[in-house]
Write a protein that binds this ligand. Structure first.
Ligand SMILES: C[S@@+](CC[C@H](N)C(=O)[O-])C[C@H]1O[C@@H](n2cnc3c(N)ncnc32)[C@H](O)[C@@H]1O
Length: 301
């Protein structure tokens, strides 16, 4: 057995000066731009995640890093900042209960409506490298092998352009196969492989459209959604940003539509009144309320 000697991190942690003011500047940028919530207790974590960026950019200090973020040429660095402070960790059929719920409780009605000519829209709104979106599409395809002939689409977005590009490529390292239950492999994957990588089947890829989108920015989509997955992203946001996000999801879901959130996330704020809980971190939007009652003065007139 080899016992590795502990890594000496003393130089690393003292490598760059990192004042409370630098930390606050980074926390403010991350909050204004991405809704991230960084408490002062996260200072050491922020140091260790960003020290790599300072080295890569050969910057002498966090003060210089903050100055770069403030300059127009620091625009690109802001997305590295986000990637350093959040994680893209995901896998096929993560939190399987949501896919079971989709399959048994939601998909039959979606397929019926699609066959009747309705437009069906699902949104994987923090899709990372795309596994979640392809699993949504796989559940629909399993329920209706002719799904592509109907007006069914999965929109998959993430703020991080790098993961969106991976998602769009639809290729994954072979070791991700273990995460895919045997029954789902033939729905998800192309029957033949080039090299060792797993490849998403062409039929599934036709159902999914990828794009970059910041959840706390503008949403250009005009159509209402039947199902929204927003899992394990809002956890990084402050409470106000989370409450605003749930409210915005309620606005873009059709009445009766479904919202799935991550295992450690909870609905909060005004949106709570617009949803009913239907399972573990699974919510259904209630019918839109009646139009506001006419005021008495108005009704007398
Ligand atoms: C942990 S992954 C979750 C992936 C997948 N939803 C899941 O549950 O497995 C979190 C994702 O949220 C994305 N993200 C973080 N902040 C975001 C924001 N403001 N807008 C859109 N996506 C964001 C990250 O880029 C990352 O890919």
């Amino acid at each position: 057995m080899t016992v590795q000697s502990p890594v000496n991190t003393a130089n690393r942690t003292g490598e760059f000066s990192f004042s409370d003011k630098d930390f606050q500047r980074i926390a403010d940028i991350a909050n204004a731009r991405y809704g991230l919530f960084l408490q002062p207790s996260k200072k050491a974590l922020v140091y260790s995640r960003l020290a790599k960026r300072l080295r890569a950019l050969t910057l002498p200090s966090f003060e210089a890093y903050c100055a770069l973020l403030d300059r127009p040429e620091g625009e690109d660095e802001q997305s590295h900042l986000l990637s350093a402070l959040t994680t893209n960790v995901t896998h096929f059929f993560r939190e399987m209960h949501h896919f079971d719920y989709l399959k048994t409780k939601i998909a039959p009605d979606l397929i019926k409506r699609a066959k009747a000519g309705e437009e069906i829209r699902l949104w994987s709104s923090a899709c990372s490298a795309g596994q979640e979106a392809y699993c949504l599409a796989a559940v629909l395809l399993a329920a209706a092998p002719d799904a592509a002939r109907h007006n069914i689409k999965v929109l998959a977005t993430d703020i991080d352009g790098k993961v969106v590009a991976q998602a769009r490529a639809g290729r994954y390292p072979a070791d991700q196969l273990n995460a895919i239950p045997a029954d789902w492999r033939k729905v998800l994957l192309a029957p033949t492989r080039r090299g060792d990588d797993l490849e998403i089947s062409a039929e599934l890829r036709k159902l999914v459209t990828f794009g970059e989108l910041n959840l706390i920015g503008q949403w250009p989509m005009k159509r209402k959604f039947d199902v929204i997955f927003c899992r394990n992203a809002a956890i990084y946001f402050d409470k106000t940003t989370q409450a605003r996000l749930w409210k915005r999801f309620a606005e873009v879901l059709r009445p009766g539509g479904h919202l799935m959130i991550g295992h450690s996330e909870r609905l909060s704020g005004p949106a709570e009144a617009q949803f009913r809980s239907t399972g573990i971190t699974t919510y259904q939007k209630l019918a839109d309320g009646p139009d506001p009652a006419p005021n008495r003065e108005g009704s007398k007139a």
